[in-house]
Design a binder for this molecule. Structure first.
Ligand code: SF4
Ligand code: SF4
Length: 355
């Protein structure tokens, strides 16, 4: 059994391939402007040297910001669930996760099986995200990979009034002009970010065993400040950046082996049109495979698939996935032109369409 998890994040794309429950390959690359292209490049890079082709992989689960745009994924699952599942594989004792990604920051509480108990997300402000640190590295004229160690050299962290990206940049430039060292500026920023992380973590309650996942967990200066603020040393995975992809691979393994879980799953397909994310969600637990959505959709978006002796279930047809933004204009527009549509004919309420 060979499965894969692919995590298309806002800044980095990651993939993990597992064979018979062991990780055999992993990769991290940049997320390009086109998620579909990025997803192929990422999985191809992970397969390099393994002798595998995409056809050899039995089940792929996608996660992350661009998860709905991975054409070869059989399913997509939120990054919150995948991070919890991935870290549970490393450290089953972990109950609190701080996921510091490229564009948002999440505090997650999970149970002993890696299921979500609670989570809170900060996606309104860039402070404490990869994007924010890239901007700061740029202002300070240093490499992103160097800022963690640079901050650790600080003797006198400068207090920052804000970590709002715009104001923090102005403050950092002002300090630089006053001759403050880059390490003191970075340490001050890390302190402000760590305080914000602590407040986020408090919302889900901090349990003793905690971890940090995401690319920022590789920043030693930031991790040290968070550990100091939280008062606990985080348990860090070997590579905290691939935890989401690892969780997706573990879900893929579970889906491939177990039919029950899949029946309860919800599958999402969608696109981003610049104004927001549009999702067509199919609740497989409710879908009986009647096929009414297939004949009702004027754009031939759906198909009903009979897989490996499993119950027939609806899904967005392979051929429609890449063109979904052209085919499906959203429920409101569709229902104003077509009295009969996917949602009106689905007697079990298995389809939801959301922006
Ligand atoms: S109409 Fe509803 S129940 Fe029937 S196949 Fe489509 S999603 Fe499933
Ligand atoms: S909203 Fe309309 S176009 Fe979109 S999937 Fe449903 S029936 Fe098809």
């Amino acid at each position: 059994m060979i499965v894969a998890g692919i995590d298309i994040g806002s800044r980095a794309a990651k993939a993990v391939i597992m064979k018979d429950s062991a990780v055999i390959a992993a990769t991290i690359g940049d997320t390009g402007p086109e998620s579909v292209k990025t997803s192929y490049m990422t999985i191809n890079s992970a397969m390099e040297g393994t002798g595998l082709s995409l056809d050899d992989i039995d089940y792929v689960v996608a996660t992350g910001y661009g998860r709905v745009l991975v054409p070869f994924a059989r399913e997509n699952i939120s990054e919150i669930s995948c991070h919890a599942r991935g870290i549970n594989w490393y450290y089953p004792s972990v109950r609190t996760i701080l996921d510091m990604g490229g564009q948002d920051c999440k505090a997650i509480r999970c149970d002993a099986e890696g299921h979500i108990a609670d989570f809170v997300m900060n996606d309104k402000c860039a402070g404490g995200t990869g994007r924010f640190l890239e901007m700061i590295a740029d202002v300070l004229g240093t490499q992103l990979s160097e800022i963690g160690d640079l901050a650790l050299q600080s003797k006198n962290a400068i207090p920052f009034n804000t970590i709002c990206a715009v104001f923090a940049k102005t403050e950092a430039i002002a300090y630089l002009r006053q001759g403050v060292t880059r390490s003191d500026i970075l340490a001050g920023l890390n302190e402000a970010i760590a305080t914000r992380c602590l407040n986020l973590l408090k919302k889900v309650s901090i349990e003793k065993e905690f971890t940090i996942t995401g690319g920022i967990a590789k920043n030693r200066g930031m991790v040290a400040k968070i550990a100091e603020r939280v008062g606990l040393e985080p348990l860090l995975a070997e590579d905290p950046q691939i935890i989401g992809a690892l969780g997706a691979a573990l879900f893929a393994q579970e889906r491939y082996l177990g039919k029950e879980t899949r029946k309860e799953a919800k599958i999402q397909y969608g696109y981003n049109d610049g104004t927001g994310d549009y999702f067509i969600t199919i609740d497989l637990g409710k879908c009986d495979g009647c096929g009414k959505c297939v004949s009702a959709c004027p754009a031939s978006v759906f198909e009903v698939v009979h897989e490996d002796g499993r119950e027939p279930k609806a899904g967005v047809a392979e051929t429609a996935r890449k063109r979904l933004s052209i085919l499906c204009p959203g429920y409101r527009l569709c229902s104003s032109n077509h009295e009969i549509n996917c949602r009106s004919v689905c007697q079990h309420g298995a389809i939801s369409l959301t922006w």
